[in-house]
Structures are given as C-alpha cells and as structure tokens.
Design a protein around this ligand. Structure first.
Ligand SMILES: Cc1cc2nc3c(=O)[nH]c(=O)nc-3n(C[C@H](O)[C@H](O)[C@H](O)COP(=O)(O)OP(=O)(O)OC[C@H]3O[C@@H](n4cnc5c(N)ncnc54)[C@H](O)[C@@H]3O)c2cc1C
Length: 399
C-alpha cells in the first residue's frame, strides 16, 4: 500500500473531493445491504473505492492519509457501508497480502466496488477461541482441493459470493502448523448454508457445511501449512476493523443514542444520569483516540499488532456500561418491546451489544493477548503445542 505525507493543500483538495461526492450522492438514511452496495459502486466509479489498494487491482493507489480523510467524511453519513466490514476490513487486506497476482487481478476489483460480498470462515463448533483446533479438512486431489467439514457463526454467509476459509491440510503436524487458508466460492455445489435465528429476530450469521467441495488448487492463499500465521494476520485486521469501526475521527455514537433516550424519558436533567452520560462520553472519546493511534501506527508502516486488542476490548467495555445506563434510563423498554417501538429500537441495540464481547475474539482472549504480547506477561501454559493434531482430544476427536 502506497504511503507518503500529504501536503496541507493536497489534503484539503482531497477532502473537498470527498465532500463533493458525498453531498452529490447523499446516501439514503435507510441502511440495507443493497444501499451499501450501491454506495460502494458509486464510490468506486468516482475513484474513491479501495483507496490504498493498487490501481491494477481496482483500487485508487492512494495513501492511508487519503483513507483517513475519506473515512472521516463518510462517517458524517453514518454506517453507509457497514455490511461490508468483513469484506473490506478483513477479506480484502488478507487477499491483498496473500493471494497471487492472478487472483488479485481477477477478484479484488469486485470486492472493492462491492459487486461481490465476502465472508470469513474460521470458527467451528469445537474451535472458537481455540480456533487452531479446527477440524475442517482440505485434501489435494489432482488440481483441486476437496474440502469437508463445518463452520459456524459465519456472518453474512447467506449473502456472500466468496469467503476466506481455514482448514487442516496436515493432521500429523501440531495443531497450529498444519493449517492452510483458501478462498471459497459460496455458491459452489458442496456448500450448504443454514441461517442461525437471533434473539432480536435477525438472521445475520450461519452454519456452513462443506461436503466434498472442490476448490481449484490455485485458490490456496499464501503457502500450504502457513495458514495459522495468515489467520493471525486476518484476526489483527478484524480487531482493528471492529475496534476502530467508524470515522477515524473522535465521535461518541453511543453517547448520542443515550442522550436521545434520556430526553425521550425526561431523564436528561437527572444529575446521576448526566454523570453516567459523561462517563460514556469520556470512554468513547478515549476509544476513538486509541483507534487513531492504531491507525497512525499502521500509516507509519506498522502491521496492525496486538495493540488492536486494546481498542476491541475497550469497545466491549463501553457496551457493558451502555447496557447499565440504558436500563437505568429506559427500564423495560431497553430489553423488550410490545411490538410498537415506532422505529426506536433501544432494545435491539441493547441485545445486539452483547456480541461485542464475543465476535472477533472474546474479552478474555483479548486480555490474554494484551497480557502476553503487549505487557510481556508469561504466556498461558499450553500442553498441546508439540503434539500431532490427530492425537489431540479436541472437537469430535474424543474416542
Ligand atoms: C456476532 C458474531 C459474529 C461472528 N462472526 C463470525 C464470522 O463471520 N466468522 C467466524 O469464523 N466466526 C465468527 N464469530 C465467532 C466468534 O469468533 C467466536 O464466537 C469467538 O471466537 C468465541 O468462540 P466460541 O463461541 O466457540 O466460544 P468458546 O471459545 O467456547 O468460549 C467460551 C467461553 O470460554 C472463554 N475462554 C475460552 N478460552 C479461554 C482462555 N484460553 N482463557 C480464558 N477464557 C477462555 C471465552 O472467553 C468464553 O467466555 C462470530 C461471533 C459473533 C458473536
């Protein structure tokens, strides 16, 4: 990805270009997959898609500073493309890092313009936090890989055209060593997608089953059996994408929501509520600043490191506090609806907010990473590090 420092004049000119596009396009208020897709297509047509990616792969070949400016202007219109956070925040950088030039030329332009949507297939019923225990396997048969197994919690698999998958390619090696990464056609025969019904009535994620799925040999991403290192890179991108979601500027979206509800429930003058609102304001401001630091480090050429876990964990802590305050302000209305919520869905926000402690790695796992790799504390004991995977009692390997 190109990078250089922008002159103030160039930065101002680019910001104006973003403002002109956004004002001209005027993204619709209603958030939907189709609206996100249309927005991305229009942005790509205007030369504002995939800003930091090379032109030959459908990007704009610009710098991370351009990206930051674009992000901050775009955020003024809310989450105009949030359904593509996995496609763009995780699959795109991983494809850019590990796919062959041929695959990048063929697939990246459509990822960038939102013509195709991508999903991430890591978690399995027996492999979540300890994802290296995964049992989905890929075996080479001539010019094709044959994939069998099951993934779970695959966000937006049912809308995705392609996905990035990790599978076991050598069960005789220890669990971290025998894993490889592939791109998968989600519409191919051998892929079955079953939706999971959520507490808020939504269906965002899925179980995905693979039965003798055939994948072209050259759809292996990176090197065979190097998938763990590549998966770790993807998880780092994920934590930055989730932890740094939003503008790249300082903003307080949860505070704004709570203020709205405090007004509606005539609690805005209550001194205790005001105190709590200021706590959330301070927490969100701090989180935005941590995200800015992470992005500045990335701009300076550092790969997103374990520090991304700080933003991710703090985002989760903000949601814990948000739930407490929302219940104090709105009582029952914050967790239930009588079906006449009039579009004001605080209960949905509250119920959905639990996911931030789990998705992309749980709070406990983020604390482990911060302990090990940021603070330099001793690592957790691991007795299975050197044992061949096929001898481990993980997943369904229990007999
Ligand atoms: C909204 C949402 C979207 C998701 N989208 C995707 C997706 O698109 N693709 C995908 O692959 N996955 C996805 N996931 C799955 C997610 O990555 C896993 O749920 C997560 O990694 C936890 O794994 P698990 O659910 O198996 O829980 P487990 O790993 O079984 O954990 C259970 C509990 O044990 C604790 N625990 C486990 N190990 C340790 C340890 N070593 N130290 C301390 N505590 C520990 C955990 O913190 C947790 O509290 C999604 C999850 C959610 C909630």
């Amino acid at each position: 990805m190109a990078d250089s420092t922008l002159s103030p004049d160039d930065a101002a000119a680019f910001r104006q270009r973003c403002v002109d596009f956004l004002e001209g396009y005027d993204p619709p208020r209603e958030r939907s997959l189709e609206n996100s897709r249309r927005f991305l297509l229009a942005a790509a047509d205007a030369g504002l898609g995939g800003l930091v990616y090379p032109v030959e792969y459908g990007g704009a070949g610009l710098t991370k500073e351009h990206e930051r400016i674009w992000r901050s202007e775009k955020a003024k219109y809310g989450s105009v493309d949030s359904d593509f956070v996995i496609s763009h925040g995780m699959c795109l950088p991983v494809m850019n890092d590990f796919a062959s030039d041929e695959l990048k030329r063929e697939f990246l332009p459509d990822v960038i313009s939102g013509k195709t949507m991508w999903c991430q297939m890591f978690s399995e019923p027996g492999a979540g936090s300890d994802v290296a225990s995964l049992q989905t396997r890929a075996e080479l048969d001539g010019d094709e890989w044959i994939i069998n197994g099951q993934k779970v919690w695959t966000t937006l698999a049912h809308h995705s055209d392609y996905g990035v998958l990790i599978a076991r390619t050598d069960p005789d090696q220890p669990k971290h060593a025998g894993i490889s990464m592939f791109m998968i056609d989600m519409r191919a025969p051998g892929v079955e997608i079953r939706p999971i019904h959520q507490i808020d009535g939504g269906k965002h994620f899925n179980e995905v089953f693979f039965t003798d799925l055939r994948v072209p040999k050259h759809w292996l991403l990176g090197e065979k059996n190097n998938g763990w290192r590549q998966a770790t890179a993807m998880l780092m991108y994920e934590r930055v994408a989730i932890g740094g979601l939003g503008s790249g500027d300082i903003s307080q979206p949860i505070f704004d929501q709570l203020v709205k509800w405090a007004r509606k429930n005539e609690k805005i003058d209550d001194p205790v509520v005001r105190d709590e609102l200021m706590q959330i304001y301070a927490m969100e401001t701090t989180k935005a600043m941590v995200s800015m630091r992470t992005r500045a480090e990335m701009k300076a050429g550092k790969a997103p490191g374990p520090g991304g876990s700080l933003g991710k964990l703090f985002g989760s802590k903000i949601h814990w506090r948000f739930r407490d305050i929302a219940q104090g302000i709105a009582g029952m209305e914050s967790i239930a609806t009588d079906g006449d919520a009039g579009g004001e869905d605080l209960w949905k926000l509250v119920l959905n907010s639990f996911q931030s402690s789990i998705a992309g790695g749980t709070d406990e796992i983020q604390r482990n990473i911060i302990g090990d790799r940021v603070l330099g504390l001793p690592r957790e004991p691991a007795v299975d590090r050197d044992v061949p995977f096929r001898d481990l009692k993980v997943g369904t390997q229990r007999d």
